[in-house]
Design a protein around this ligand. Structure first.
Ligand SMILES: NC(=O)c1ccc[n+]([C@@H]2O[C@H](COP(=O)([O-])OP(=O)(O)OC[C@H]3O[C@@H](n4cnc5c(N)ncnc54)[C@H](OP(=O)(O)O)[C@@H]3O)[C@@H](O)[C@H]2O)c1
Length: 273
């Protein structure tokens, strides 16, 4: 049986849907399991049960400090070894993202995956087009960002979910492979054009100030993490392309510009009311 973790999250739920659309039986694991799901909370080490799982799609459980994320992934990989899981597919971070604020937890987890002794595949996911669009800040009738003229090889999350389903459906074929799943480079200006509005570049200092002083609800690790994405895009470190995404999809990727524009549009203040 294939088990997809983070099944109530965006990527996990889409991967499950993609598996089912291919006619491949799969189960979800979640901290808050719905019907037909297994309870799976990586923070509850003792309660982890992966018995009967042939292929584990381990969706990274980020949104925390590195030590907590790595401890979560260690716990689930230990359980995978103990319970005899046959193959681990880990959703990691694109190779070009090595210098991003949250790369360390991914690379440390990749090492754990390799050291587990289990057959594995690493999906180095590019940054979501949804994330790129969602990070544009609405100001009056236009958008602002610290991305400058830099481009991001953004990927629609649905495409990454589909690749996870392709790999999990036939894991032996992808054993020991690291795939770099990046999309087509897009700029903030192009997203703004798609929306029919203007884009204004702000400095990294101003962006960091806004994150620290004007963005309530951010966790302490998040301002440096978001600033690292902005500087990496701005300075052209995340615009490289690779063939793995379309090779695995067997078709063209979804248009990241449309996806990013939809995410930006949904975040527009007037759209929220
Ligand atoms: N490539 C990118 O641009 C990008 C952007 C943002 C995040 N990410 C990474 O990719 C992952 C998936 O993205 P997403 O869009 O699906 O994020 P998401 O919608 O926020 O889902 C993340 C899921 O992680 C699971 N999770 C969190 N803590 C957990 C724990 N203690 N034990 C088990 N599961 C836990 C949760 O699943 P349940 O609610 O079902 O328990 C949560 O819904 C994120 O967790 C993050 O590491 C990548």
């Amino acid at each position: 049986m294939i088990l997809v973790t983070g099944a109530n999250g965006n990527l996990g739920s889409a991967a499950l849907a993609a598996l089912r659309a291919r006619g491949v039986p799969a189960m979800g694991g979640s901290r808050t399991p719905g019907e037909g799901m297994r309870r799976l909370d990586f923070d509850d080490r003792v309660g982890l049960d992966l018995a009967g799982v042939s292929t584990l799609v381990l969706v990274s459980a980020g949104y925390a400090e590195d030590d907590q994320v790595v401890a979560r992934h260690t716990a689930v990989l230990d359980a995978a070894v103990r319970d005899g899981v046959g193959h681990v597919v880990y959703t990691s971070l694109t190779t070009a993202g090595d210098h991003l604020g949250f790369a360390l937890a991914h690379r440390a987890t990749e090492r754990l995956v390799r050291a587990s002794g289990l057959p594995w595949t690493v999906l180095r996911n590019g940054l979501y087009a949804e994330l790129f669009g969602g990070l544009l800040m609405w100001a009056g009738h236009g958008v602002e960002s610290a991305f400058g003229d830099g481009a991001l090889a953004a990927v629609a999350r649905e495409d990454l979910a589909e690749v996870a389903a392709v790999v999990a459906s036939d894991p032996a074929r992808h054993r020991g492979r690291v795939y770099d799943l990046v999309g087509t480079p897009i700029t903030a200006e192009q997203v703004a054009n798609e929306l029919g509005v203007a884009h204004r570049t702000i400095s990294l200092g101003e962006y960091r100030r806004r994150l620290l002083q004007e963005t309530p609800g951010l966790l302490p690790f998040q301002p440096p993490m978001l600033a690292s994405i902005a500087t990496a895009v701005r300075h052209g470190c995340l615009d490289g392309t690779a063939p793995d995404l379309t090779d695995l999809l067997g078709r063209a990727a979804r248009d990241p510009l449309t996806t990013a524009a939809a995410a930006a549009s949904a975040a527009r203040p007037a759209a929220r009311v």
